[in-house]
Design a protein around this ligand. Structure first.
Ligand SMILES: Nc1ncnc2c1ncn2[C@@H]1O[C@H](COP(=O)(O)OP(=O)(O)OP(=O)(O)O)[C@@H](O)[C@H]1O
Ligand SMILES: [Mg+2]
Length: 436
C-alpha cells in the first residue's frame, strides 16, 4: 500500500516550469484487497495545475478500471478550463489503461466538451457518455436499455429509475462551466457502465465536477459541518438544496426524494453504492450505511453503483416505488420537521446589515431570540454571509452570555458560518474567553 502511495507521489514529475507529465500509476482501480479505497485514485488528481502544458501518460498503467479512468476525462476538462493544454501518451498494449481509454472512445474528450452534438465513440460494450442536455439524457437511457435487454423487465425499469435520478441530480445541482473561445460552456457530467459478465454484475458511475452536495444543500440547511454529514442528509426523504433557491429550478419544485428512493432501491437490489462528494464518502451496502471522511477531495459528486444480477429475483417495480413513496411520507412526518425545528438560523445581515455594529440591537436580539432558543435546546446557526465588519464589542454583546451559559457545549450548540477570517478570529476569542 505504501509502495503505491510512493509511486503515486513520484508520478508528478515536473520537467520544466510550464510542462508537467502526469503518469497514471500501475494500478488505477477503486478496490484494494476487496474493499473500495478512493484515496489512492484521488491522490492522482492534482487540481492546482494551471496554464501549463500537461501530458497524461498511460503507458505504465497495467491494471485499470473503466469507472476510475472515466474520472480522468473530467479531470482533463477541469485542467483545460484552467488554461492547460493537454496531450496523452498511450501504449499499443491491448490491456491496461491505454486500451481501456481507447475502448471508451475517451480520446475524443475535447471535441465532446466543445461540441454539444458530439459524444464519445466507445466500443459498444463499454459505454462512456457525456450528459449536458436532454438528448444526451435520452441517449444514456436508451443505451442502458440496450445493455439490459436480456434482463427481467422489472430489473430494467428499476435500474433505469436509479440512473435517471442520479443524472438529474448531476444536471440540476452539479453543473460547472468553462470558457471556450470566449463562450461559456457547460462541463458535461459523465456516465460509464460496464457489465462484468463472469460475475454477472453491472457497474455504473455518474460523476460531475460541480459544487458538491454540501455546498448545494447548504442553500437550505446552513451549518452542515462536513461533506459526509451532507451526504447522509441528502439521502433522507424531502431533503433538498433547492428549497431556498430562487433559481429556475425552484419552479420545478424538487421534492427532495430522488436520492432517498435511489438508495432505497439500491438496498432492495442488494446493490453496493458509494456516494462521494468533497471528502465525504457514504457507502450503502445490503447490510448497512456507513460514512467516512476521505483524505483527499473530489471537487464535485460521484455515485458508483454495483449490482449483482440475481436470477429469480422477484419484485414488482411499481409496487416497490409506491412502498418507498409511502415510507418517505411517513418518515417526513416523524423526522424531517423535527430536524428543521432543532435549529435556529440567525442571519446577521438580515438583523444588522453588512456593517454589524449596533451593540444595543445585538443585546436585544440576544435576549429576545438567541437565549430563548438556547433555553429550548436548539442549535444556533450564526450566519455572517455578506457581513463586512462586526467589531468585538458587537460580537461580545451578542455571544458572550450565550457562550457562558452553555460552557463547553457552546462549541457544539453555536455554529458560526460564512464568517470572514477577521470575524471568525474575534468570535473564537470570545468563545475562549467565556468558556475558561
Ligand atoms: N450531483 C450533485 N451535486 C450537488 N448537489 C447534489 C447532487 N446530488 C444531490 N445533491 C444535493 O442533494 C439534495 C438531495 O437530492 P435528491 O435527488 O434527493 O433531491 P432533489 O434533487 O432536490 O429533488 P428530486 O430528486 O425529488 O427532484 C439535492 O437537492 C442537492 O442539494
Ligand atoms: Mg434529485
Amino acid at each position: 500500500m505504501s509502495e503505491w502511495i510512493d509511486q503515486l507521489q513520484k508520478i508528478k514529475e515536473e520537467i520544466s516550469p510550464d510542462k508537467v507529465i502526469i503518469k497514471v500509476p500501475n494500478h488505477f482501480i477503486f478496490k484494494n484487497h476487496g474493499v473500495h479505497d478512493f484515496d489512492p485514485i484521488f491522490r492522482f488528481f492534482d487540481w492546482s495545475i494551471r496554464d501549463q502544458q500537461v501530458t497524461i501518460d498511460f503507458t505504465e498503467c497495467v491494471t485499470a478500471n473503466y469507472q476510475a479512468l472515466s474520472l480522468v476525462v473530467l479531470y482533463c476538462w477541469k485542467l483545460r478550463g484552467q488554461g492547460c493544454r493537454i496531450s496523452f501518451e498511450l501504449s499499443d498494449d491491448e490491456r491496461g489503461a491505454s486500451e481501456i481509454w481507447r475502448r471508451m472512445g475517451a480520446q475524443g474528450l475535447f471535441h465532446v466538451s466543445t461540441d454539444e452534438k458530439t459524444n464519445f465513440r466507445y466500443n459498444q460494450f463499454k459505454p462512456l457518455l457525456a450528459v449536458r442536455n436532454s438528448a444526451d439524457f435520452k441517449r444514456v437511457i436508451s443505451t442502458a436499455e440496450e445493455y439490459t435487454k436480456d434482463f427481467n423487465v422489472e430489473y430494467k425499469n428499476t435500474l433505469r429509475h436509479i440512473l435517471s435520478e442520479l443524472i438529474y441530480n448531476a444536471q440540476e445541482h452539479g453543473l460547472s462551466h468553462f470558457y471556450y473561445r470566449n463562450e461559456r460552456k457547460v462541463v458535461p457530467s459523465l456516465v460509464q457502465f460496464t457489465w462484468y459478465q463472469k460475475r454477472n454484475e453491472i457497474h455504473f458511475i455518474i460523476a460531475d465536477i460541480g459544487v458538491g452536495i454540501k455546498e448545494h444543500l447548504s442553500n437550505t440547511y446552513p451549518g452542515i459541518e462536513s461533506d459526509s454529514e451532507a451526504i447522509r442528509m441528502a439521502i433522507k426523504p424531502q431533503v433538498s438544496g433547492t428549497f431556498n433557491l430562487s433559481d429556475p429550478y425552484q419552479s420545478k419544485n424538487n421534492a427532495g426524494v430522488g436520492l432517498y428512493i435511489s438508495t432505497s432501491i439500491a438496498k432492495r437490489l442488494k446493490a453496493d453504492m458509494h456516494i462521494v462528494s468533497g471528502n465525504g464518502l457514504l457507502h450503502l451496502s445490503p447490510r448497512d450505511v456507513t460514512t467516512k471522511e476521505l483524505e483527499t477531495n473530489w471537487p464535485g459528486t460521484i455515485v458508483l453503483v454495483a449490482v449483482k444480477l440475481e436470477a429469480g429475483v422477484d419484485f414488482a417495480f411499481h409496487s416497490m416505488m409506491q412502498e418507498f413513496r409511502e415510507a418517505a411520507m411517513k418518515e417526513l412526518e416523524d423526522s424531517s420537521k423535527r430536524e428543521k425545528n432543532e435549529k435556529y438560523h440567525l442571519s446577521i445581515e438580515n438583523y444588522f446589515g453588512p456593517y454589524a455594529e449596533d451593540k444595543q440591537a445585538a443585546i436585544k436580539v440576544r435576549d429576545e431570540r438567541v437565549l430563548k432558543h438556547i433555553a429550548d435546546g436548539k442549535t444556533i446557526i450564526v450566519d455572517f454571509n455578506h457581513v463586512e465588519t462586526a467589531p468585538h464589542s458587537f460580537l461580545s454583546a451578542l455571544l458572550a452570555t450565550p457562550v457562558k451559559r452553555l460552557g463547553m457545549l457552546a462549541y457544539k450548540k453555536i455554529k458560526i458560518i460564512n464568517a470572514s477570517p477577521e470575524i471568525r478570529e474575534t468570535v473564537d476569542y470570545i468563545f475562549d474567553e467565556n468558556t475558561e
